[in-house]
Design a protein around this ligand. Structure first.
Ligand code: ZN
Ligand code: ZN
Length: 209
């Protein structure tokens, strides 16, 4: 009897009036109902009320269950005088080993069982979508971190390159200056040499000038 389906149904305000949570101490207002059905026979095994807080615990799979039948533990399972936990399966003298007969194909599923099945499959889809979204969100964050890091590195590389070019440019300017001076020196030396030579070879040229 452990193949159970729990269906969470939201209570309308008018019908949650007066219903208190079955899962915690105190008289917390119930906002939901949990229907527990056998997956094999489709029979309802429990119909409990649950508050907002305990609903979160239920969704996180934190509510304890009976090891015999799989029902969720409720406060009234604890016997007031002895403080002992006695599940409904014991109170009702259910035999957990008893073979259950599945629904025959011609037996029509009840409307509420049908809707519970729909709700559960939608809930499953929603959970899957939320998980997929969460994974995608993490990927986006990772990508952003990576591109930020990449951008920083890229920027640093550019700055380094600029610095290097500036240094090279500085050196280059120095070199050009040095070369220009050298060139000027060479040019004036050369001119002087030519003048000397020409004066020696053709002294009359000087006269014609
Ligand atoms: Zn509660
Ligand atoms: Zn039980």
């Amino acid at each position: 009897m452990k193949n159970l389906t729990h269906t969470l149904l939201e209570l309308e305000d008018w019908c949650s009036d007066g219903s208190v949570c079955d899962f915690c101490f105190g008289l917390n207002k119930a906002s939901y109902q949990i229907k527990t059905r056998s997956q094999i026979t489709n029979k309802i095994l429990a119909n409990d009320f649950i508050c907002e807080n305990c609903k979160v615990r239920f969704e996180n799979d934190e509510l304890s269950k009976c090891s015999r039948c799989g029902r969720l533990r409720i406060q009234s399972d604890i016997e007031y005088l002895t403080n002992k936990v006695v599940c409904r399966c014991v109170k009702r003298n259910e035999n957990p080993e008893e073979k259950e007969l599945p629904n025959l194909p011609h037996e029509r599923e009840s409307m509420s069982a049908f809707y519970e099945r729909q709700i559960n499959s939608l809930q499953e889809q929603l959970t899957e979508t939320e998980e997929a979204l969460e994974i995608e969100r993490e990927e986006v964050v990772k990508f952003q971190e990576k591109s930020e890091e990449w951008g920083k590195r890229q920027k640093q590389e550019l700055l380094d390159r600029i610095k290097q070019l500036e240094a090279e440019n500085g050196n280059y300017k120095e070199e050009v200056k040095r070369l220009k001076t050298q060139l000027e020196q060479l040019t004036s030396q050369h001119t002087a040499q030519i003048e000397v030579k020409e004066n020696k070879r053709w002294p009359w040229l000087k006269l014609r000038k």
